[in-house]
Design a protein around this ligand. Structure first.
Ligand SMILES: Nc1ncnc2c1ncn2[C@@H]1O[C@H](COP(=O)(O)OP(=O)(O)OP(=O)(O)O)[C@@H](O)[C@H]1O
Length: 599
């Protein structure tokens, strides 16, 4: 089982490496083969050189011996130069591959993050997996390739050396091989345990990252200063980091002890092999050149064994850490287009219908929406009101098909939303959420993002800006539409919250959608601006279906129908006048607000 997942993970890692930079992967492989045989050639040339010199010493100087010695010296030099060149090329190849792989990993992570359902973002496991994937994936695949190449290279070199050593005594290569077995077993076991330990810190690491963000970024700076929270958060951060550091030190200590055992056993094997060579030499079976060659062969053999061992463990370790990355990539979105999606009508005739719709968020047993039955006619303008947490935004999220109802159905023109492609539905909806985004981009981009399928026409952008009442704000900016907003980047202009909201509202007006949804669109606007937006609202959404959520009841009197939600239930529904006559929850809320305005 472990072996199977190891093989699968390695295959996927190699696939990733190959697709990130095929040419450089080929270069790496070529270098591997070449470098694998280099040590053997170097040893052979060294032996020939020493034997030639020994002969020269014995027989006195002669020109041909000198020439031969020069040839061997030249050969050693050429191979050493080749080895240096390979090392330099290896470094270059690795740098290029690392960059290419890192870019590809980010692109895969981004694609998956965009593809997954919203509900994954509400899940701690998702963030833990994403955190580990982000931490490990940019460099692990490259390490897999590197470890694999090193394993290949060390094996080739070791094989050559073992063949060479067989010439000395058949026991020697056997001793060398047996010596690594205990180390391999211990390291494999330890690596699996270490992975589990490291994975268990993820939550703490994320908490520490969160505290770091609180202390170092602008959105939190005001409150952190005014409530003097900086030192407290720093202390909490330190506490978490200290715990993680202690764990890391503990792991590193264990790792060093294990390294000592494995390297010790390899050194013992080399000592035994050296003893055998010395014995052979005293018996005259090995020349001086031969002794030097074998001695160096042991030393290098020991190095190759160490490399082989550490890289084999490295492969296993990398495959374990890549599991998280693959686990993340394997997440399957639940809200997907059906095999043969129905075409969404370009102009809705019947509108939206909710039948017995109930909903609870994943990981929560609580029903946020309870048995909602509702028909919203095409072209109707609806307002949803209700206390905080009543379920208003959740209802909107269901209409946008960011979630599917737990029970019941939602349909557009008589067809269940699940039979349309989600992208088709979302293309026909223009929505401004309460927690809209303040893009640190130019004004033009901020507004154009509401409809990127159309070219960024200045005229359309100004129209949207005027509709949202954002035009005076833009006119006052130094570069007008080209002004960058926010202060994260150079020459950015920060706006007030209300001004940001107007820009976001303009973005929502960019799209010529069938359904316009505004979730508290004017919560930060001054009364004048709010009144203007609502005065124009009917004209803006002309011929389209519109839903507006607002806590300021006086502003939504003009809608066709008002829905009142209470604890996830639709408790009242009708025009302002009718609901006032009914004298129920809506009338109570309205009168309470109205009282505050009376002097
Ligand atoms: N992502 C979520 N995961 C779990 N529960 C959620 C999530 N979002 C909202 N809830 C819960 O669902 C309930 C309804 O939330 P919702 O945002 O729909 O209320 P709302 O009526 O829009 O409130 P408000 O007026 O404060 O914006 C709340 O009790 C909230 O705790």
């Amino acid at each position: 089982m472990i072996l199977k997942s190891l093989v699968v993970n390695l295959q996927r890692a190699l696939h990733l490496v190959w697709h990130s930079s095929p040419r450089w992967t080929v270069v790496s492989l070529g270098l591997l083969l070449f470098q694998g045989f280099l040590p053997l050639g170097q040893l052979y040339l060294m032996k020939q050189l020493i034997d030639t010199l020994t002969l020269g010493v014995k027989s006195g100087f002669d020109a041909s011996t000198w020439q031969t010695a020069l040839i061997w010296i030249g050969g050693v030099g050429v191979l050493t130069l080749a080895s240096d060149t390979c090392n330099a090329l290896n470094n270059l190849t690795q740098t290029i591959q690392t960059q290419a792989i890192s870019d590809r990993v980010h692109s895969l992570l981004h694609h998956k993050s965009i593809e997954v359902d919203l509900q994954f973002y509400e899940n701690t496991d998702y963030y833990n997996t994403l955190h580990r994937a982000q931490e490990q994936a940019p460099y692990r695949p490259q390490m897999v390739l590197y470890s694999l190449l090193q394993v290949g290279q060390s094996s080739l070199s070791l094989l050559g050396i073992l063949v060479l050593l067989t010439g000395l005594h058949w026991l020697v290569p056997l001793v060398l091989l047996l010596a690594i077995l205990p180390g391999v077993a211990i390291r494999f076991k330890y690596t699996g345990k270490a992975y589990l330990r490291i994975s268990s810190w993820t939550e703490s690491e994320r908490q520490a990252d969160y505290l770091h963000t609180l202390v170092t970024t602008e959105p939190y700076a005001k409150e952190i200063r005014l409530f003097a929270l900086g030192s407290l958060f720093h202390q909490w951060f330190q506490g978490l980091r200290t715990k993680i550091r202690q764990e890391k030190v503990h792991l590193a200590t264990q790792q060093s002890a294990i390294d000592l055992i494995t390297n010790g056993s390899a050194t013992l094997a080399v000592c035994i092999a050296s003893g055998i060579t010395a014995y052979q030499m005293i018996q005259g079976a090995v020349t001086l050149g031969g002794f030097v060659m074998y001695y160096q062969a042991f030393q290098r053999g020991q190095g190759f064994l160490r490399d082989l061992l550490s890289n084999s463990i490295g492969l296993y370790e990398n495959s374990l850490f890549l599991q998280d990355f693959y686990q993340f990539l394997d997440i399957q979105p639940l809200i997907v287009a059906p095999v043969a999606p129905k075409p969404l009508p370009a102009v809705w005739q019947q509108g939206i219908c909710l039948e017995n719709v109930s909903f609870n968020y994943a990981h929560s047993q609580r029903s946020v929406l309870k048995n909602i039955n509702l028909k919203i006619n095409a072209g109707e303008v609806i307002a949803i009101v209700g206390a905080n947490g009543a379920g208003k935004t959740t209802l909107i999220k269901l209409l946008c098909r960011l979630y599917d109802p737990t029970e019941g159905t939602i349909s557009i023109d008589g067809v269940d939303l699940r039979h349309y492609a989600p992208t088709d539905i979302q293309r026909q909806i223009s929505v401004l959420f309460q927690d809209y985004i303040q893009y640190q981009l130019t004004v033009q981009e901020n507004i154009w993002l509401g409809n990127i399928e159309a070219p960024p026409s200045t005229e359309a952008i100004w129209d949207a800006a005027r509709a949202a009442g954002a035009d005076p704000t833009i006119e006052r900016l130094p570069q007008g539409l080209d002004t960058r907003l926010g202060n994260w980047f150079e020459q950015g202009e920060e706006l007030s919250i209300g001004q940001w909201q107007k820009i976001a509202l303009a973005r929502a007006f960019m799209r010529d959608a069938q359904l316009v949804i505004l979730d508290e669109p004017t919560s930060a606007l001054d009364p004048q601006a709010e009144a203007e937006v609502f005065d124009r609202f009917r004209q803006l959404v002309r011929g389209r279906t519109a839903i507006v959520i607002s806590h300021r009841l006086s502003t939504i009197k003009m809608v066709d129908r008002i829905l009142v939600l209470s604890n996830g239930e639709l408790v009242e529904c009708g025009s302002h006048d009718r609901l006032m006559e009914q004298n129920g929850l809506y009338a109570r809320l309205f009168n309470t607000q109205a009282q505050h305005y009376q002097v």
